[in-house]
Design a protein around this ligand. Structure first.
Ligand SMILES: NC(=O)c1ccc[n+]([C@@H]2O[C@H](COP(=O)([O-])OP(=O)(O)OC[C@H]3O[C@@H](n4cnc5c(N)ncnc54)[C@H](OP(=O)(O)O)[C@@H]3O)[C@@H](O)[C@H]2O)c1
Length: 350
């Protein structure tokens, strides 16, 4: 059979839009692996990046799951093998290499090893959400990890336990030995409890910050704000102790409450290199080291069946459905689900 040289992928056109195109399959550098993507998942950064960062020719998408099909010349065989099932995230949208494609190149230390029984369309949701959760809890708040959980459970607020990032942050925090208080809409209370939250409150109820304050005896010092938008800066700060505390944010903001420090996480920083978008950030090699550690930990947790996967919504036409998926997400329809595209669903006409 003739070797495939061209792939289908979703490419930015530089005017905030994108199109399905055919491009050459990327060649892995000496320290990269080539992955045949089986499924990819959509994140908010996919639409935000391309509207804020108008550069043509970048393949879109961060989250993927697939199979290793080639190894760069410098990759030791004990690190990765051809045929291995993997998942993770790349810097699509702001770089030429993206996840909404038939193939991508990745850092072999920044892909999770997938157990055989986890379907690709389920595993595609893990990358951004898991790395964001780990950056928040372990990189920023320096909390114990599931590998060595805390022996005394400290309280932590995970605002929005039903969001994609929130579902994993709640799980990691619980497995790390913390006592988790979270928020969601009432229809998702049971879901967030099942992930490990002790108490779940309605984010739309104006009394929720007061209730959280009482439920934590006015001593709450730690929070992760998985929304960081609208009223949440006030709500999260209002839940913390009178002395304040630390809030990890996913979008930049300062708290107006005295004593409350906010710390932004950015998944794009995990490669340890300078970040140009969405904010300029000097590369920190420690962030790369941390990410490789989270990567091993998550691979181990997957092997031990320690993580519950979120619900998925598979759009029917693979890469040809990305336009519909973007519209669905931008119109605020996402409720405790991840949009997934299976590459094999892309019709042959494209
Ligand atoms: N900085 C980073 O590196 C980074 C990484 C990941 C994500 N993010 C950002 O984090 C945000 C969330 O991303 P995501 O993919 O996790 O979100 P998502 O899954 O699309 O979020 C949807 C969920 O948010 C919940 N929600 C909506 N408004 C809320 C509010 N005011 N308070 C609490 N929950 C609320 C809804 O809960 P119900 O269904 O229960 O109503 C819904 O299920 C996005 O802005 C994204 O860009 C940033």
């Amino acid at each position: 059979m003739e070797e495939q040289k061209i792939m289908r992928c979703i490419v930015t056109t530089g005017d905030g839009k994108f199109e399905l195109r055919r491009l050459p399959i990327p060649s892995p550098g000496p320290n990269e692996i080539l992955v045949k993507v089986e499924a990819c998942a959509q994140n908010h950064t996919d639409w935000k990046s391309i509207t804020l960062f108008k550069r043509p020719g970048n393949i879109m998408g961060s989250d993927f799951a697939g199979t290793v099909v080639a190894l760069g010349s410098a990759i030791p065989s004990e690190l990765r093998k051809v045929g291995q099932r993997v998942a993770g995230a790349v810097r699509g949208n702001i770089n030429p290499n993206g996840a909404f494609a038939e193939f991508l190149v990745a850092d072999p230390a920044l892909v999770f090893t997938l157990p055989p029984d986890v379907p690709f369309e389920i595993a595609a949701q893990l990358g951004v959400s898991c790395y964001a959760a780990c950056q928040a809890l372990y990189q920023t708040l320096d909390l114990p990890t599931p590998l060595q959980p805390a022996t005394t459970p400290e309280d932590i607020l995970i605002w929005s336990g039903s969001s994609s990032m929130g579902q994993y942050t709640v799980q990691f925090a619980k497995l790390s030995g913390l006592r988790v208080i979270s928020t969601a809409s009432p229809r998702n209370f049971e879901l967030v409890r099942s992930l490990g939250a002790e108490e779940v409150l309605d984010y739309a109820d104006s009394k929720t910050p007061k209730k959280i304050f009482s439920a934590t005896a006015g001593k709450l010092r730690l929070a992760v704000d998985c929304i960081s938008d609208g009223m949440t800066p006030v709500q999260v700060s209002g839940s913390l102790s009178k002395a304040g505390g630390t809030v990890v944010t996913v979008l930049p903001y300062e708290s107006k409450k005295k004593g409350v420090k906010t710390e932004l996480i950015l998944v794009y920083s995990m490669w340890g290199e300078d970040v140009e978008h969405p904010i300029q950030l000097k590369g920190n090699p420690q962030h790369y080291e941390n990410a490789t550690m989270y990567n091993s930990m998550i691979s181990e947790m997957l092997a031990k069946n320690m993580l519950k996967f979120g619900a998925i919504k598979v759009f029917p036409n693979g890469l040809a459905s990305v336009q519909d998926g973007m519209e669905y997400m931008m119109s605020g329809k996402i409720h405790a689900e991840k949009i997934i595209y299976k590459i094999s669903d892309t019709p042959d006409v494209f």
